[in-house]
Design a protein around this ligand. Structure first.
Ligand SMILES: Nc1ncnc2c1ncn2[C@@H]1O[C@H](COP(=O)(O)OP(=O)(O)OP(=O)(O)O)[C@@H](O)[C@H]1O
Length: 372
């Protein structure tokens, strides 16, 4: 695969704040790549640096085989000299132009002949399912349609790379979901690589070929959605992607990539993955579990080996699954089961863990996770 975008050691500081800290990544042709992380982690600054709206202090950026930024040589192409289309959170459609003019304007500025503009705008409108709306004014469109116009304007210039910064966050939940699918479809149809910025992990997991997870300017992991979910490289990624609950445990022994532990009062050992080099080699630790990796069974008599005793505090019906908050010792853990079994609130259960991660004990026993 040829990289369409490469960032190499990009560092951007604002005074004392390092917004982007030595970030390197590359995006392939046809790839949908999302940068994800909490507010203030540096996603937008990274994107704006790619766009040429910010100049980093260190590093370089290559785009479609050309160096567009190099801090060492002070090469810094302005945004209009970079082969990019951009869509930001606010719709940014021009209210005094109709839809056709909105999409065609950047082409007019570039001096394309009228006929070519007309054909290209119509193609984009058709692709976005707005073929007959060219004459409408933005005020006559819904929020989703306006955002589609902004997308159309970015697509019309036929960029080598599309930069999207939370483009769906102003839309209501239902529309956001259908736009996700649409955006993915557009990306498949055009083969256009996309660098997408969001703090919404569901959005990123649903749409991306690969995800880069950022915190405090640092890129913690790059991987497919499955990789970052199932093999988080750091404690931050484990916490940020998906849901985890923590149980105290004791590390007994390491075996290659798995760890033997004892957890719960049943004193059983299981094989688990460690999540980073800080994972303790022995002694007290925390067992991080995803809701779908916990097994609950009603307790008849004594607790079987390998299980711990728990009590259902809260249950919620999600339509296709049940979610429980279960107290195990001092901890409250979140559990999701897709079985028809419905355990009563207050009932005693046997808790098993199919898979988990062993991490530092620094917040073992902390009560966390309530219904989100
Ligand atoms: N122009 C600026 N001047 C000073 N500090 C800035 C500026 N722009 C961003 N920052 C700081 O840089 C850090 C990264 O900001 P950035 O906007 O890139 O984060 P983000 O992950 O995109 O957040 P959000 O999701 O809230 O947009 C933050 O600490 C922010 O306060």
């Amino acid at each position: 695969m040829t990289a369409i975008l490469t960032l190499d050691g990009l560092t951007k500081r604002y005074g004392q704040v390092t917004a982007v800290d030595n970030v390197s990544l590359s995006i392939d042709a046809n790839e949908f790549f999302s940068l994800i992380g909490p507010s203030g982690c540096g996603k937008t600054t990274t994107l704006r640096s790619v766009a040429g709206l910010e100049s980093a202090q260190q590093g370089c950026i290559q785009m479609a085989g050309r160096t567009v930024f190099d801090a060492a040589t002070r090469r810094d192409l302005p945004p209009n000299k970079r082969p990019i289309g951009m869509v930001f959170q606010s719709y940014a459609v021009w209210p005094h132009m109709n839809i056709y003019e909105n999409i065609g304007y950047p082409l007019k500025v570039r001096g394309l002949p009228r006929d070519a503009i007309k054909a290209r705008v119509q193609r984009v409108l058709d692709m976005l399912g707005m073929g007959n709306l060219g004459a409408r004014m933005p005020s006559q469109l819904s929020g989703g349609q306006q955002q589609r116009v902004a997308l159309g304007r970015a697509l019309a210039i036929e960029p080598s790379l599309l930069l999207l910064d939370e483009p769906l966050s102003n839309l209501d939940a239902k529309l956001r979901e259908s736009m996700r699918a649409e955006l993915k479809q557009v990306q498949r149809d055009t083969g256009l690589p996309i660098l997408y910025v969001t703090h919404d992990q569901d959005e990123a997991l649903a749409m991306s070929d690969r995800i880069g997870v950022m915190s405090a300017g640092v890129l913690h992991q790059i991987g497919t959605p499955t990789e970052v979910y199932t093999r988080p490289a750091t404690r931050f990624v484990l916490d940020f992607i998906g849901t985890v609950s923590y149980l105290p445990c004791e590390v007994l022994k390491w075996e290659d990539e798995s760890v033997k532990i004892r957890w719960g009062e049943a004193g059983e050992a299981s094989a688990m993955l460690g999540v980073n080099q800080d994972t303790p080699k022995h002694g007290p630790a925390s067992l991080a579990v995803r809701p779908e990796h916990v097994l609950l069974t009603p307790v008849a008599d004594a607790i079987q080996p390998g299980l711990a005793r728990g009590r259902v505090k809260i249950r919620a019906y999600l339509g296709d699954a049940w979610e429980y908050h279960v107290r195990v010792g001092e901890c409250l853990i979140r559990v999701r089961t897709d079985s028809a079994q419905a355990l009563e609130e207050g009932s005693e259960v046997a808790v098993g863990v199919r898979q988990g991660y062993v991490v530092n004990a620094d917040d073992a026993g902390q009560e966390r996770v309530l219904f989100s």
